[in-house]
Design a protein around this ligand. Sequence first.
Ligand SMILES: [Zn+2]
Length: 112
Amino acid sequence: MKKVYSANNLMEAQIVLDLLEHAYIPARIFNQHAQGGVGDIPFTHAYPEVWIIRDEDYERSKCLVQTYEKTPATTGIIYCPACGEENPANFQLCWKCNAGLEIALYSGNTSK
Ligand SMILES: [Zn+2]
């Protein structure tokens, strides 16, 4: 188990979780109830965290997370959720690794 992302809110954590799952990386969200009952949660664990199950997925997961974090809200260029390569926004598949790009579009449109 490794932590790959600390989210500001549960929605961000869920988007990252979806990205990982679409890349066939098993992952879980911890502290997902922190938004509702802060009084019950130690303050050091107040933010939702995304953890991957298999340590060997760590590098790929960090790449996905970085892609999510830098995906621009504007159209024009999107980043492949699998390999991080830049692609024209109208591409359906990454030119480099053939991964589907609709996930990158999705996160870009909803995060800003
Ligand atoms: Zn790619």
